[in-house]
Design a protein around this ligand. Structure first.
Ligand code: ADP
Ligand code: MG
Length: 630
């Protein structure tokens, strides 16, 4: 058969142009693509050989090999896989069989992040033309005749006879002048480590070494001249831990691999290794780290897992694999039903990734639930590091809200020990209807809260919340197992004896009406209202906010982010049975002004807020102290 010329199909030309021109900064991925094709070809052969052993012949070690020819500027990648017939060379390398590609090419052309996108999903064989001005493919199937495909990627290709006598495919790249770096031993090593370390077949390369000849005992011979030697070295570790069975992997290997992917030194707190089957097939090896990275709560944090497709590395930090609130996870997901090549329907990928994400989310939540039940101390360790991130899920993941609520832990007014909502509810006194919580920066602040007294008097436990995120997510939780969650510093809180206390308050308001209006006049626009409250026990007064209003913590946070916060008027609540309040009703109006400032100021401080004018407060306080001291 003589040499024949063929034109590329239009879409091939389009793809070629796109790849060559817009992917330049990602051109190193060509090696990943060719290795991945070789690996696919070996997979196919392995599978076929299960039916027909003769296919393997004497050539039984399935392998990939890289050759470098510096002088000729040739980089060659060979495999002894399934190989291609002449017709297959024409159809596989001359057309794009998949209809989705055209749309894809259009989309990439328009998208700003085009190169990123294709860089991540692989462009297949044609990526070779990013580094080569001529590509030759010699190929032979187990029982077929060899053929040779050649192209410079400029609209056409040629087919000729080939002298190749062994099974498999040999792809030679005549490297462009500016791509000679890919002949460099070190560069190739790095690329294989980066992209193909976990490919299931050995990837060999010939390495020149200068060695001094040795004697029988392996000692260098004294007078011998160093010799140039060529040794065949394996470049990849082939350690695709996640493809193995759990029972085959010793703990050290899990840990080594964790260190490898995190580039860190700590140990994982928990290892989750499983295979998903059914609507979505993938293997996952996931780790929960021992410690939260410092940037877990900043925008800089990179989230996501490594995505592999059939053991071929696709991308780091694949955000679509996990919800943001599980961003502490590290590890690898290896899908067997995602298309590696853009020439398949790229649109499908989103749906596939979504399925994987669903599966992983469910899995992790169940792992955490288990951990909480079976190894509470370990779980607590996890929770202290990552609980705040997990809480974000209460807001973003409605579907798993209940599962997430079950994972929450809180210290309480009763003890610093963390308790779950379930435990809290179980221990509620019979007359307690709701779940009570208090958000504050520290435990000390919570314990000093004037709102706490009334609940403690009734032996109601209060959950103490100290994470910044609590303010946003806990109110959204709304209820747990039919029990409402109530912030104890909100104005309309009802401790179950509303009627009784309302009557008392009405009476107090009638009796001390003058005091209320006096204080209101003095405090003016600083407060929304001054009223009596039944929930205070030891303290004379406190500030309450209307339901739905922002807490001092929230205001502080917004202000620290440089955001404008609308003025939030507070309600000054007075304790009608406190001796100070009782005495104040007899205070002369001209003296009341000073007292009002002090009452308001102490309520602000006790609530964890900041005084607008601390100096004024101190001055007022000193005046009173002076009088008492005298
Ligand atoms: P994909 O790998 O996604 O199918 P590529 O552009 O990478 O797309 O490759 C196109 C086709 O060429 C492959 O599907 C395969 O049939 C064939 N091919 C490429 N490289 C090899 C190889 N080393 N051995 C056998 N077939 C190959
Ligand atoms: Mg491919």
């Amino acid at each position: 058969m003589s040499t024949e010329k063929f034109e590329f199909k239009t879409e091939v030309n389009q793809l070629l142009e796109l790849v060559i021109h817009s992917l330049y900064s990602h051109r190193e991925i060509f090696l990943r693509e060719l290795i991945s094709n070789a690996s696919d070809a070996l997979d196919k052969l392995r599978l076929a050989a299960l039916q027909n052993k003769e296919l393997l012949g004497t050539d039984t070690e399935l392998r990939i090999k890289i050759f470098r020819d510096d002088k000729a500027g040739l980089l060659t990648i060979t495999d002894n896989g399934i190989g291609m017939t002449r017709d297959e060379l024409i159809s596989n390398l001359g057309t794009i069989a998949h209809s989705g590609t055209k749309d894809f090419v259009e989309r990439i052309k328009q998208a700003k992040d085009g190169p990123e996108l294709i860089g991540q999903f692989g462009v297949g064989f044609y990526s070779a033309f990013m580094v080569a001005d001529k590509v030759t493919v010699n190929s032979k199937t187990a029982d077929g005749v060899a053929a040779c495909w050649t192209s410079s990627g400029q609209g056409n290709f040629e087919l000729a006879n080939s002298a190749k006598s062994t099974r498999g495919t040999e792809i030679s790249l005549h490297l462009k002048k500016e791509a000679k770096e890919y002949l460099n031993e070190y560069t190739i090593r790095q690329l294989i480590k980066k992209y193909s370390d976990y490919v299931d077949y050995p990837i060999y390369m010939d390495i020149e070494r200068t060695e001094t000849p040795k004697d029988q005992d392996g000692q260098p011979l004294a007078k011998a001249k160093p010799e140039q030697k060529i040794i065949e070295e394996k470049l990849n570790s082939q350690k695709a831990l996640w493809t193995k069975n759990k029972s085959e992997v010793p703990p050290e290997e899990y840990e080594d691999f964790y260190k490898h992917i995190t580039h860190g030194y700590d140990k994982p707190l928990e290892i989750i290794h499983y295979t998903a089957e059914g609507t979505s097939e993938f293997k996952a090896l996931l780790y929960i780290p021992e410690h939260a990275p410092f940037d877990l709560f900043t925008k800089e944090h990179t989230l996501g897992l490594q995505l592999y497709i059939k053991r071929v590395f696709i991308m780091h930090d694949c955000q679509k694999l996990i919800p943001e609130y599980l961003r502490f996870l590290q590890g690898v997901v290896d899908s067997s039903d995602l298309p590696l090549n853009v020439s398949r329907e790229i649109l499908q990928e989103d749906a596939q990734l979504e399925k994987i994400k669903k599966n992983i989310t469910k899995k992790i939540l169940s792992v955490l639930k288990n951990l909480k039940e079976k190894e509470p101390e370990k779980y607590l360790k996890f929770y202290k590091e990552f609980g705040a991130a997990l809480k974000e899920g209460l807001h973003y993941d409605y579907e798993h809200k209940e599962a997430l609520a079950d994972l929450l832990l809180f210290p309480t007014s009763g003890s610093e020990k963390y308790r779950s909502l379930e435990e809290y509810v179980k221990d509620m006194p019979r007359d307690q209807k709701d779940i009570y919580y208090l958000i504050s920066e520290t435990r000390g602040q919570a314990l000093a809260s004037p709102h706490l007294g009334a609940l403690q008097a009734k032996k109601y436990e209060v959950l103490f919340l100290h994470d910044i995120i609590d303010e946003f997510v806990i109110p959204q939780l709304y209820e747990y197992r039919g029990k409402k969650l109530q912030a104890i510093d909100k104005a309309d809180i009802d401790l179950g004896d509303k009627k009784e206390s309302e009557a008392k308050l009405k009476e107090a308001a009638e009796k001390f009406g003058g005091l209320l209006s006096g204080l209101k006049t003095v405090l003016g626009s600083q407060v929304q209202d001054v009223r009596f409250s039944a929930r205070l026990t030891d303290s004379p007064c406190c500030l309450a906010v209307d339901t739905g209003a922002m807490s001092p913590q929230m205001i502080k946070m917004f202000k620290s982010m440089g955001q404008e916060v609308p003025d939030q008027k507070k309600i000054l609540e007075l304790n009608p049975v406190h001796p100070l309040i009782q005495k104040l009703q007899h205070t002369a109006p001209e003296k009341l002004a000073g007292f009002a400032k002090l009452l308001y100021g102490q309520a602000v401080i006790a609530g964890g807020g900041k005084l607008d004018n601390p100096l004024d407060f101190a001055k007022q306080l000193n005046e009173v102290l002076l009088q008492t001291a005298g």
